[in-house]
Design a protein around this ligand. Structure first.
Ligand SMILES: Cc1cc2nc3c(=O)[nH]c(=O)nc-3n(C[C@H](O)[C@H](O)[C@H](O)COP(=O)(O)OP(=O)(O)OC[C@H]3O[C@@H](n4cnc5c(N)ncnc54)[C@H](O)[C@@H]3O)c2cc1C
Length: 598
């Protein structure tokens, strides 16, 4: 671990997904000379690139054919016709989807900026699918009351990420590819930089900056069955939490209804948006019982719970009864090839089924992290309940919790959030840096602690392997802190997480080398999973209600009187998180809480 140097930039952005790329691109475009992005994997492998279905914006290009009902065919909106969609409708759908836990000012900003951001992507060269008259095509998505998912077949994230990355390069942003951020340097609530490992050489560097942004993505890898990439280990939230920054609403984890059976790999919600059905073992479209109006296009929390009920009551499919059928056959070959080509390939490659001819076995899969690092609407990280900032520290995208998704995210609102708030962060950071922000002095040698951490990890000779501990964590999180939760299971999860944290301290990393040591990285990631999982479980155990994705069988009702509030968790030494609560930003005149029915 030699050759360490101190590296200096004006701005350091950790994460090269949509949030990080937009922030970098805009900060550079706004005149910040020296912007650097760190990514632990190649930037274009960031999970944003795996997104399939679409990005939401009320463009009003497409509408349902009159008189055909909510699932009928779509047509182009003729020029001069009454608008079929509006920003206000998008705002309302998002608030309702969030089970009223979303912050309404932030939601209004996101839905308003959505239209701009999607047209900006188009202007920057993004290859969207088109309507016959050449406008951006739109499809339906769950919980949205109009077709407002803008898409590029089922490669939407791929084309958006390539566009944003190209633009960041064009504006002279420097990329550190395969550099792993190990720590965040905060002293006296002022952020001073990060510590990072150059994966290729194994050298650990202090990296100083006037402003740092975390766009480090989600934490689905804490669960056994997940749609998330291997990289989605919630490093950013764990690192921030360890550095004394609070985490918000971590108990809200989204389970997507259609992961490939046993693999968890995503079959995009676009499958249902394009008209796909869900069937149980008796070939019934069971959503009729649970959401008669929206059917398969109810929001994800509701559809996943419905599937799990069918499975638990013995109407699941496959040998172990743990699957559900996704039926796309009636869409026809042409539509599947034009609109869902990637989904078809994934089904063929991983379960050997061609959706053109056969039913695809699926099951719910851990998909999205509603919680994260709390920020204001300009992505400035908030240090405590008084709203005081961590000066110079910003967060955006899935790692952040500005709270636009509250207790449940609607599909297509996440590519949107990462783009809109990444962009806002870019403007805010540029203003901060150009407004005279100074490089802050460092109290000591922050890289030394990380070098010691790595040395200590590599030196362990305990009998257990780090990987086995990570697997046990994922199993308990899935079994005891999954779609349905109750006190007994959550207590079990709590005990398991705490015991695994203790066992981790002596567990062994097999590869002891310094260059490209992926075993070491997996160990650091496992430590991060163990760090924030205790926050998920503590929040879930304490929240004695059911709201959005957090579903307690022992407290099945939403309880606005006691729980219409955000959970805020601070690290409290070895005792686990200290929880406090924060009001939700609600416009009581315009969007007061209502019962959530679909
Ligand atoms: C399969 C799938 C399909 C999806 N489909 C859709 C969809 O159709 N519509 C939609 O709206 N949303 C979708 N989502 C969700 C959406 O893609 C993500 O929420 C969003 O792209 C997150 O963007 P991000 O920039 O916050 O993070 P990411 O794109 O996940 O990027 C995280 C970045 O952080 C870097 N990083 C992390 N930790 C470190 C570290 N320690 N050091 C250095 N770098 C680090 C990574 O290298 C990466 O560059 C989907 C998600 C999945 C998993």
């Amino acid at each position: 671990m030699s050759n360490t140097t101190t590296i200096i930039h004006d701005v350091i952005i950790v994460g090269a997904g949509l949030a990080g790329s937009w922030a970098a691109m805009v900060a550079a475009q706004q005149g910040v000379k020296d912007v650097a992005v760190l990514s632990k994997i190649h930037p274009l492998r960031s999970h944003s690139g795996a997104a399939q279905g679409g990005i939401a914006a009320a463009l009003n290009n497409v509408r349902p054919v009159a008189g055909t009902g909510p699932r009928g065919p779509l047509e182009q909106v003729p020029p001069g016709a009454e608008p079929a969609d509006s920003i206000d409708l998008h705002v309302f759908d998002t608030i309702k989807g969030s089970d009223w836990l979303g912050d309404q000012t932030a939601i209004e900003i996101m839905c308003r900026d959505a239209v701009d951001v999607v047209y900006e992507y188009e202007r920057l060269g993004c290859v969207f699918s088109r309507t016959q008259d050449g406008r951006i095509a739109q499809r339906r998505f769950g919980g949205h009351s109009a077709p407002r998912a803008n898409f590029a077949a089922d490669w939407t994230g791929h084309v958006l990420l390539h566009t944003a990355h190209e633009q960041a390069l064009r504006h002279g942003v420097k990329f550190y590819s395969e550099w792993y951020c190990l720590d965040l340097i905060i002293e006296d609530t002022i952020c001073r930089g990060v510590v990072a490992l150059d994966v290729l050489t194994g050298a650990i560097h202090t990296m100083r900056a006037k402003a740092v942004l975390f766009g480090t993505g989600g934490y689905g890898r804490a669960f056994k069955i997940t749609s998330n990439a291997f990289a989605n280990t919630g490093d950013g939230v764990a690192i921030a939490y360890n550095a004394g920054v609070p985490l918000m609403d971590m108990e809200f984890v989204q389970f997507h209804p259609t992961g490939l059976y046993k693999h968890g790999i995503l079959m995009s919600e676009a499958c249902r948006g394009e008209g796909g059905y869900l069937l149980n073992a008796q070939q019934e479209r069971f959503m009729e019982k649970y959401a008669p109006d929206k059917m398969e296009l109810a929001p994800r929390d509701l559809v996943s719970r419905s599937e799990q009920r069918e499975i638990d009551e013995g109407r699941g499919v496959e040998a172990d009864g743990q699957g559900i059928w996704l039926d796309l056959r009636h869409l026809g070959r042409e539509k599947i090839l034009a609109r869902l080509p990637q989904v078809r390939e994934l089904a063929i490659d991983f379960v050997g089924v061609d959706p053109i001819d056969d039913l695809v076995p699926i099951q719910p899969t851990a998909h999205y992290s509603m919680g994260g690092i709390p920020t204001d609407v300009d992505c400035q990280v908030i240090a405590d309940a008084s709203g005081a900032p961590v000066v110079g520290f910003y967060a955006a995208g899935e790692a952040a919790c500005v709270s636009v998704h509250g207790a449940n995210r609607l599909g297509t609102n996440s590519l949107l959030e990462a783009s809109v708030f990444g962009r806002r962060a870019g403007f805010a950071i540029a203003e901060f840096v150009k407004g005279g922000a100074k490089l802050q002095p460092l109290g000591g040698d922050p890289a030394a602690r990380q070098r010691q951490r790595v040395r200590e990890m590599l030196g362990r000779e305990g009998g257990e392997l780090v990987e086995d501990i990570a697997q046990e964590l994922k199993t308990t999180m899935t079994n005891n802190c999954g779609i349905f939760r109750d006190e007994a299971r959550l207590r079990q999860a709590w005990e398991d997480v705490r015991a695994l944290q203790a066992r981790f301290r002596t567990a062994r990393v097999m590869d002891k080398s310094s260059r490209f040591n992926t075993d070491l990285l997996a160990a650091i990631e496992a430590e991060h999973l163990l760090t924030f999982s205790e926050v998920i479980v503590a929040g879930a155990l304490t929240r004695t209600e059911s709201r959005g994705a957090h579903s307690r069988t022992d407290f099945p009702k939403r309880d606005d009187k006691n729980w219409l509030k955000h959970t805020v968790a601070h690290k409290n030494g070895a005792d686990g998180p200290q929880l406090s609560y924060k009001d939700v930003d609600i416009d009581w005149q315009k969007y007061p809480p209502q019962e959530r029915k679909y």
